[in-house]
Design a protein around this ligand. Structure first.
Ligand code: ZN
Length: 243
């Protein structure tokens, strides 16, 4: 089975369409969306409609819940809060209803997907380092060997072997049956690892291979739309630098 894993689209239609085109070339069997379809970008409704045509395997991100009043905006920085309010005001009724009902996780066989952390997905914590990943490996159900996450917008693969956690160098990995993995699939619509290209992940369960891929997209148009919508200018400028 070949899985396409996408996360943190954040209303960036140009980035999302580029990733969808790339996924068409990947012989994907199923697509999972790991949350934050909306927030920051100028096309929340368009991105939701693209998701609806794509998959029913979708989980909630903190920005999805913020846009429907299920996450308190006091936890957000100023730009994020302003964008969340804008999204709230611009969402369609169908979009609001859909986002309100998203689950916190998807689990299938030995694969788990959450937006933030497997230990407490509803608290929106971050896995930024091997020590933090170690705690999350402890919290994984015994039958889970691969956990996919998003939320940080930083693609990374953590490996746990006999209780010792390390970061896998590079953007791909041959999965070892003796190890467990937490894979951050990166962000489609607002990468923050210094690479402005949209990120997505392909997991081939038959060949036990995972790879995080990148694709260029029309950043300028996404920026123009953010500016035309009078969203904070920083949300446009950051797209060009991937921060
Ligand atoms: Zn996000």
């Amino acid at each position: 089975m070949r899985y396409g894993l996408i996360s943190d689209i954040h209303g960036n239609q140009e980035a999302f369409e580029a990733v969808l085109n790339a996924l068409k070339e990947e012989r994907i069997d199923t697509i999972w969306c790991l949350g934050d379809v909306v927030g920051y970008g100028a096309n929340p409704n368009e991105c939701l409609e693209l998701v609806w045509g794509l998959t029913t395997d979708v989980i909630a991100g903190n920005h999805d819940f913020a846009a429907v009043g299920k996450v308190d905006l006091t936890y957000f920085n100023r730009n994020a809060a302003e964008a969340a309010l804008w999204t709230m005001q611009n969402l369609t009724r169908d979009g609001r209803h859909y986002l309100s009902n998203l689950p916190f996780e998807i689990k299938q066989d030995n694969i788990l997907a959450v937006h933030a952390t497997p230990s407490e997905p509803e608290k929106w914590g971050y896995i930024l380092s091997s020590p933090q990943a170690t705690l999350e490996f402890h919290a994984l159900p015994d039958d889970v060997s691969v956990c996919f996450v998003g939320h940080t917008h930083n693609p990374v693969i953590f490996r746990d072997h006999d209780g010792i956690c390390s970061e896998v160098p590079g953007n791909q990995c041959q999965l070892n049956a003796d190890c467990r993995y937490i894979v951050n699939v990166g962000s489609v619509g607002q990468p923050r690892d210094g690479d402005p290209r949209a990120a997505y992940c392909v997991y081939d369960s038959d060949n036990a291979q995972v790879e995080i891929k990148r694709i260029i997209y029309d950043v300028e148009t996404a920026q123009q739309k953010i500016r035309s919508a009078c969203l904070p200018d920083f949300l446009a400028t950051r797209l060009a630098i991937g921060r």
